[in-house]
Ligand binder design. Structure first.
Ligand code: IVH
Length: 673
């Protein structure tokens, strides 16, 4: 079969493109495209070469592992090559791998696999002779890497001498050097503070740190290593299975993933993959999948290798958390307090299983710093349930007509002037409740579940009420009648009656909820509760001066000023009078507990999986006068850690913050500690 010219051209282009990205990634540590895009290019080339084998040449990127070593480090030859792994992107592909393994081994039953996380760092080989670390090397192209001995010696989890006894005279262990997320975040915070360049992700940070020509810099970087394989061994294998062999390393002082398990057959592989996908966010390091290895070393031997990778292992990748797409436009969103946020409108792209069409851009400064232009190809990241972010642009693919974005001078919704706020970074619409966007957000907030909890008053309905001019302030809600409501789109007599009932029910609330519902700037749920507990009375709060307000835990000068300013506005006073006249009321605030409780005034962080919903524990603690924070700092008094706690727990340990489990928290609340 002759190869069509079109295919030939495509194959040549793919090879050039992959070589270029290899160089960027492996040699310069500066990838231009996300891994997912690189994988796609590689897959396309592999498929074309499979279909037209006559196109395969030894220098094709499918025929080798990495790229040339960097200048500046000595070259190291790996007598036993450092290989790569075949990737599987679906359960079917894992099943296919398992089928091939069994077929080659001539086995009908289930094969035992060692299963481990696929760490996202860089591969390193350590050589110990007579128990002494004599060499550390990068993978390079698989047979020739770089001598980074002086750098790996600075990594705390790499022993310079093996501990214990019984190690082979020559022991080469392979593993992944990575940067824990907590360390990565601290490093980037410090870089930002000093005005230096930040790293895009922990893997780049680990690679950049290890390839420093000055080991003193490496020594300051928080690096760690897990071992997952062997190179040269003087006296054969350590045990009969991979899992036993690798665990032999632990008493010698080498780290092995605590997530390592032996699983049975393809069903075991699927279950492990599922479990790790759920655990992924709780780990303090990035993983991009899991690796399955035939556990019997004898079977590994029989299966052998193909050019790039062993036949006995496969990497099951998670759906990529980073994808590339086009930035179509930048729109402006006006928040409840008038804050203007640029929002990226993207060509729809699936990221980690969800279609993403918008990403937050935070502020103008961020757009400048990342040099994001309309029309650019951008890398979008979505991790866990975090709002999608634009990590960076792909300058290489910038179209000629890409446009620089300028912030408007006036509010795009109401035309009011925009003013710079606080540190000058945030822009705010000066229109207040005159601005329909702010009005809509204020009413949505007022009605929301954690505020007045008006059931049935959803966002769409609020939009209609504001657009039709039926509601200008939260107080207007209580003047609505059933007939008006029944006449609205998607409403009928029944839902109108339900809403009227919900409005009535919402009138009985708590002081804290009412304060929160008013939407005073910087007064979130916790501050509202602290105010209610401290003053116990609404009039006392609205008449308090800044000094009195600052006696409340959690209230500083900025918040105090916002509160005083809010209650000074005639418009706000009028709305409040009308709300109270409509019958909004609350039970007296129980005064005592906040004072006597052992957590009053304490800052607590909740992390990991707890036995009750986090929001429930949070409310309980807040009711007892505690402040529940989202991140751990020196000011944190306690960290309550549940199962699978990750970076927050690590940070607490780093800072010496008291860590409690749930039982410990209970004891604390009962006054036993
Ligand atoms: S085993 C002969 N196990 O993934 C097989 N590799 O994509 C050698 N990696 O070069 C690799 N975690 O840098 C293995 N638990 C793990 C791994 C792992 C991460 C990396 C390694 C390898 C790359 C292949």
């Amino acid at each position: 079969m002759s190869v069509p010219a079109r295919v030939r051209k495509r194959v040549e282009w793919l090879r050039r493109e992959i070589d270029r990205h290899n160089y960027q990634y492996y040699v310069l540590d500066d990838p231009l495209i996300p891994d997912s895009e690189y994988d796609r290019l590689m897959r396309e080339l592999q498929q074309l070469e499979q279909r037209y084998p006559e196109l395969i040449v030894p220098e094709s990127p499918t025929q080798r592992v990495g790229a040339e070593p960097l200048e500046g480090f000595e070259e190291v030859v790996h007598r036993i090559p450092m290989l790569s792994l075949e990737n599987a992107f679906s359960d079917e592909e894992v099943a296919e791998f398992d089928r091939r393994v069994r077929e080659r081994l001539g086995i009908d039953g289930a094969v035992d696999y060692a299963a481990e996380p696929k760490l996202d760092g860089l591969a390193i080989s350590l050589r110990y002779e007579d128990g002494v670390l004599v060499q550390g090397a990068t993978r390079g192209d698989g047979t020739r890497g770089e001598d980074v001995t002086r750098n790996v010696r600075t990594i705390p989890s790499v022993p310079l001498h093996l501990l214990g006894e019984g190690w082979p005279r020559i022991l080469e262990v392979r593993g992944e050097v990575y940067m824990p997320r907590s360390g990565f975040e601290a490093l980037n915070r410090e870089a930002l503070r000093k005005g230096e360049k930040t790293f895009a992700n922990p893997r780049n940070a680990a690679a950049g740190s290890l390839r420093q020509l000055d080991p003193r810099i490496t020594a300051q970087r928080p690096l760690a290593m897990f071992c997952y394989g062997f190179g040269e061994l003087s006296d054969g294998d350590l045990a009969d299975t991979y899992s036993d062999s690798i665990r032999r390393l632990i008493p010698w002082g080498l780290r092995v993933s605590p997530e390592l398990r032996v699983v049975e057959g393809v069903a075991g592989c699927h279950a492990y993959f599922q479990r790790m996908a759920e655990r992924r966010d709780a780990l303090d390091y990035d993983i991009d999948g899991v690796v399955f290895k035939v556990n019997s070393l004898e079977r590994q031997q029989r299966l052998g290798f193909v050019s790039r990778a062993p036949r006995w292992a496969v990497a099951r990748k998670f759906p990529a958390q980073e994808e590339m797409t086009r930035l179509l436009a930048i729109d402006i969103q006006v928040g409840r307090t008038g804050a203007i946020t640029p929002v990226a409108r993207l060509e729809p792209v699936r990221v980690a299983g969800v279609t993403v069409t918008n990403a937050t851009l935070h502020n103008e400064e961020e757009i400048r710093r990342k040099d994001i232009r309309i029309g650019d190809w951008v890398i979008v990241r979505r991790a866990g349930d975090v709002i999608p972010q634009i990590v960076r642009v792909v300058p290489d693919r910038r179209p000629k007509n890409a446009r620089v974005f300028h912030m408007p001078k006036h509010c795009p919704v109401c035309g009011s002037e925009l003013i710079r706020d606080g540190d000058g970074i945030i822009l705010r619409c000066s229109g207040g409740l005159f601005c329909p966007a702010q009005r809509r957000e204020a009413i949505r907030h007022f009605a929301s579940r954690r505020a007045m909890d008006i059931e049935g008053l959803g966002e769409k309905l609020v939009d209609q009420l504001v657009e039709k001019g039926l509601v200008h302030s939260p107080a207007d809600l209580y003047d609505l009648d059933q007939q008006t409501l029944a006449g609205l789109e998607r409403m009928g007599e029944k839902s109108a009656a339900n809403l009227i009932r919900a409005l009535e029910q919402s009138k009985h609330t708590t002081l804290a909820r009412f304060l929160f519902a008013l939407g005073i700037r910087e007064v979130g749920e916790a501050t509202a509760l602290a105010l209610a507990n401290h003053f116990g009375d609404f009039d006392a709060i609205r008449n308090a001066d800044e000094e009195a307000l600052m006696e409340v835990p959690d209230v500083g000068p900025v918040v105090a000023e916002h509160i005083v300013t809010f209650f000074r506005q005639p418009h706000n006073r009028e709305v409040i009078e009308r709300l109270l006249a409509a019958g909004i009321h609350w039970d007296p605030v129980p005064r005592a507990p906040a004072r006597r409780s052992p957590v009053a005034g304490r800052t607590i962080v909740l992390t990991g999986t707890l036995s009750r919903p986090r929001s429930e524990i949070k409310e309980q603690l807040q009711a007892l006068g505690a402040r529940v924070a989202g991140s751990v700092s020196k000011k944190t008094d306690y960290v309550v850690a549940g199962a699978d706690a990750g970076s927050k727990l690590a940070r607490a340990r780093e800072l010496g913050v008291t860590v409690l489990d749930e039982a410990g928290l209970e004891r604390l609340l009962e006054g036993e500690e």
